[in-house]
Design a protein around this ligand. Structure first.
Ligand code: NOJ
Length: 754
């Protein structure tokens, strides 16, 4: 009798014991298994499994919802009872997950527990700002905190696995999913990735408050042509490896347990059947041994792509690319066994997939106690803990980027009368942003209006909606103008509907929707001297050229989440001095897109010193520069950077260069500053970007205070991929420390190879 048979010899007794110990287990954090122990136990289970049961582990279906909670369709229930369903998505609540788990454990031959996955993207019940907002904080401990709290809430609701972080580099604001990532930069996204993974998975997956993370979408999804979701991606290997892949490698280096395939094709081969990226790179080169899940129905889609003849062929292509879980296609269920018996698929591939999935279930402690994440008491205690809501408030403040603040229109004076204008002033639905599936879009969220009421007396608040987010009805303009006439300052809260970004929500127009800009114009025309503060809720960089010319202040709050109203009010009234910086470029117009800070030089102008000739790389109707550059973000105070100092002018490959600058708070408020380190590799065997972020530090300075920031630069910061090889090349590099990507280099160092 092997280990697993011993474990299951007296199933009823086992079940009783499990139930008895449930509370005990649920309350305790415990490390159940060592790695070798896990592999031994997995082998012992697998020796009892039929091919059907092994295939069952690779199958994932969604639960449905009715008024009482999650339920399972009759077809899926049949699969579940036969032991042919390994995991489910869109199922949560401790009660719902426990009921389904009970069927898997008590009614199937081997009693293998189910794995429950969910899109916990920027919070579970307590919703934080959207991910592009979180990235704007440039605060890695905040990112980790978001993931830790999300894991805590989700795990208390029966969820074992999040489909996050989404780490697709994106440089096209037309693409709706730009909102879900961390922006345009490879270094910033890679650092943020590590913090997300650490926050979700913690030190030990057997701890009750940690969940599996998933690096998605591998790979190139953010480079969809023309920003249209799911669209074709054509990209050379150098760009793939230097820009789009490093965040995924960072995820592996921080121990991520799972990967998700991308929907797009990459150079003619859809990602879900792409052996080059999944076998050659992910498995063989990077040695990833966690499991890979497809994106939703992505195996079926191989047929629509025109890559597979039919779904059976698609199944063969996906499993041969070492893709372990079939999310929603039903293809592995229908064709995998047949393909194995026909000799078209090596059974070894099914075994490997099954093994990887079971290993994850062991790591979560599900074989020791399948109900440990389904404890109603714990769920009640954890969801919406006051400290989580407080953290969401803090992070909403830290994610809001002050793009412009002429004549110190902000912060506000509590004695003034403020006109609050716009469709999003009282909003509690959009404020959570997209991908807040378990979030409460009605009662729990705190609107900007409510946040401001914490600071102002009712008599000092005037309100008019003015118009809707996206309509042509200007009948509310006159009331808005009337209200503004009675006020000292105007706050306008405008933006996009939350459904205008996210999956399948690409736009060909990145201006404010509807007649919102006309509303600003109408108010400005009537009151040329009144201070107008524009607060923006949106999921992508917008074209704000007109707004920038009309208003005094612009505060980009993205979608700030459940406690967003409070976090934003803290900024408006100076309780928090804004410190966020853009993780993405805001263009002047859509014609500049894609636009990002780390572009390459062209051959024109020929003379960089004398850039006056006619035939140069520019537009005849727009500057090349953006409206707001990557790394930009104002504070109520000002910071002065001293000239950069280097520990050496020449370094060898094994030496570390120290680069320092002293930063002084020269304004009237205490505040945080994000010091950014950029380099430029002047000549390379392939051309290198004009500047690249290679480090950042967020520091706090009291007014008048100075601090020196020092960065260490080693050979890893200077390497790049060329033709599949990570290379380092001798030569001259420019270097700078700055509070924005918009600066000129004036210091260099040389690298010589040993
Ligand atoms: C499709 C999305 O592309 C992916 O990011 C998400 O995790 C899955 N659906 C599951 O909801």
């Amino acid at each position: 009798m092997n280990d697993y048979q011993k474990m299951r010899k007296i199933p009823i007794t086992l079940v009783v014991l499990l139930i008895l110990f449930n509370c005990l287990y649920s309350c305790a954090d415990k490390t159940y298994n060592s790695e070798t122990d896990i592999y031994r136990k997995v082998d012992s289970i697998m020796s009892l499994m039929t091919l059907n049961e092994k295939i069952g582990q690779t199958i994932m279906y969604s639960g449905d919802w009715n008024k009482t909670g999650p339920y399972v369709t009759s077809d899926n229930m049949k699969l579940l009872k036969e032991g042919n369903l390994g995991s489910m998505l869109n199922v949560y609540t401790s009660k719902g997950t426990k009921e389904l788990q009970k069927i898997a454990v008590e009614e199937t031959r081997l009693g293998i527990p189910l794995l429950f996955g969910y899109d916990v993207i920027h919070g579970f019940k307590t919703i934080f700002p959207i991910n592009l907002g979180i990235a704007s904080s440039w605060d890695l401990s905040d990112v980790e905190e978001v993931a830790r709290i999300s894991a805590e809430e989700a795990s208390a609701s029966g969820v074992h696995w999040t489909f996050a972080p989404m780490i697709d580099i994106a440089r096209d604001p037309r693409w709706g999913r730009i909102s879900e990532g961390s922006g345009e930069d490879v270094y910033l996204t890679s650092e943020i990735t590590k913090s997300y993974v650490k926050g979700f998975q913690g030190d030990n997956l057997a701890h009750l408050n940690t969940i599996l993370a998933c690096a998605k979408h591998f790979v190139g999804y953010g480079a969809a042509q023309a920003g249209r979701d799911y669209h074709t991606v054509n990209m050379g290997d150098n760009e793939l490896r230097n820009v789009y892949m490093p965040p995924f490698k960072a995820a592996i280096d921080s121990g991520v347990e799972t990967f998700m395939t991308a929907f797009n094709e990459l150079n003619g081969v859809p990602a879900t059947a792409n052996q080059y990226i999944f076998k050659d790179i992910l498995r063989d080169e990077w040695g990833f041994n966690g499991f890979v899940v497809t994106d939703y129905t992505a195996i079926n889609e191989l047929v629509s792509h025109g890559y597979a003849k039919n779904e059976k062929h698609a199944t063969e292509l996906a499993i041969n690319s070492a893709i372990d879980i079939d999310m929603m296609s039903g293809a592995y269920r229908r064709f995998l066994k047949e393909l194995v018996s026909e000799g078209k698929v090596d059974e070894k591939l099914v075994n490997e997939a099954c093994r990887r999935i079971l290993v994850a279930k062991f790591k979560l402690g599900l074989f020791d106690d399948p109900y440990r994440y389904s404890n109603e008491q714990r769920e009640k205690e954890i969801i919406y803990r006051p400290e989580f809501l407080e953290s969401a408030r803090k992070i909403a403040s830290k994610s809001s980027v002050l793009l412009k603040n002429s004549d110190e229109a902000l912060p506000l004076d509590k004695k003034q009368t403020i006109a609050l204008i716009g469709p999003l002033v009282k909003d509690k639905k959009n404020i959570l942003g997209n991908w807040a599936a378990a979030g409460d879009r009605n009662g729990k969220a705190i609107s900007i209006f409510q946040g401001i009421k914490e600071y102002l007396d009712d008599k000092n608040i005037l309100f008019a909606k003015g118009c809707d987010i996206d309509s042509n009805d200007s009948s509310g303009f006159s009331k808005a103008i009337q209200v503004v006439g009675k006020s000292d300052k105007v706050i306008m809260v405008l933006g996009e509907d939350y459904n205008m970004s996210g999956e399948a929500a690409s736009r060909t127009n990145i201006k404010l929707p509807g007649i919102q800009t006309d509303l600003i114009k109408a108010i400005r025309d009537e009151f040329p001297d009144k201070k107008i503060i524009l607060i923006l809720m949106n999921g992508r960089p917008l074209d704000l050229t007109i707004e920038d010319s009309l208003v005094d202040t612009i505060l980009e709050i993205w979608y700030p989440g459940t406690s967003g109203g409070l976090g934003v009010a803290d900024i408006l009234f100076g309780k928090y001095n804004p410190s966020a910086k853009l993780p993405i470029t805001f263009p002047r117009n859509l014609g500049q897109v894609p636009i990002y800070y780390n572009v390459k030089n062209t051959g024109r102008p020929i003379s960089i010193e004398n850039p006056t000739e006619d035939y140069k790389s520019n537009y005849i109707d727009s500057p090349n520069t953006p409206l707001y550059p990557f790394g930009h973000g104002l504070s109520y105070t000002t910071f002065k950077y001293s000239e950069i100092e280097l520990s050496k002018e020449n370094i060898s490959e094994t030496e570390v260069l120290l680069a320092s600058s002293t930063i002084t708070n020269t304004g009237d408020y205490d505040g945080h500053e994000v010091a950014q380190l950029y380099i430029h590799d002047k000549v390379g065997s392939i051309t290198r970007p004009v500047k690249e972020l290679k480090g950042f530090k967020k520091i706090f300075l009291k007014k008048g205070e100075s601090k020196t920031v020092t960065f260490e630069i080693n050979s890893d910061n200077l390497k790049f991929y060329n033709n599949g090889k990570l290379t380092i090349e001798s030569g001259e590099f420019e270097i700078a420390i700055s509070g924005t990507s918009d600066f000129e280099f004036n210091k260099t160092f040389n690298l010589t190879l040993n």
